[in-house]
Unconditional design. Structure first.
Length: 167
């Protein structure tokens, strides 16, 4: 196995295990290098949350600290470029597509919530809306696809976020 697929698999494993790290990782990636204070202000999170996230990212070797600034480790820069190609950010909601799954994160002051949605369900919702010519609610999705209510609500929310990015 060559090094790049191995690093990619390791990165995907970390991000699926701890998806709440993705917004912080994305901001460090997009700025190239960023100071702690700038990152804290940019995300609007409390210090303990940011310190814990940075600790995990350094522990996994995804970022490194140089001269009081954080930057992406050289090994992961190209891999993250591929992963962050499929993203959508609306205010405090980040949607990333990794493989056949959307990872949705919601950044709040004291925590970052994360959940995953199968991309196939979002695609089915898009197809249903095109065929019917109307927007679907979570209740409509429950009745049509027979999926759990929490999942239906999240699929609709993810679809709305993705529609905002595409316009």
């Amino acid at each position: 196995m060559t090094e790049k697929p191995m690093l990619r698999n390791q990165l995907v494993m970390v991000l699926t295990k701890k998806p709440w790290l993705m917004p912080i990782l994305y901001q460090v990636y997009s700025y190239g290098e960023i100071e702690y204070g700038e990152l804290k202000q940019l995300l609007g999170v409390k210090s303990p949350l940011l310190k814990r996230a940075l600790w995990w990212l350094i522990k996994y070797g995804l970022i490194a600290r140089y001269d009081n600034k954080f930057r992406i480790s050289n090994n992961y820069r190209n891999i993250l470029e591929e992963i962050f190609l499929y993203k959508c950010i609306i205010r405090n909601r980040y949607v990333f597509k990794i493989g056949a799954t959307f990872i949705v994160t919601i950044v709040r002051k004291a925590r970052i919530s994360a959940y995953t949605i199968p991309a196939q369900l979002v695609k089915e919702l898009s197809n249903l809306e095109v065929n019917v010519g109307a927007s679907f609610t979570a209740k409509d999705l429950i009745n049509t696809l027979g999926i759990p209510s929490k999942l239906a609500y999240r699929v609709v929310k993810t679809h709305e976020i993705l529609k905002q990015c595409s316009t």
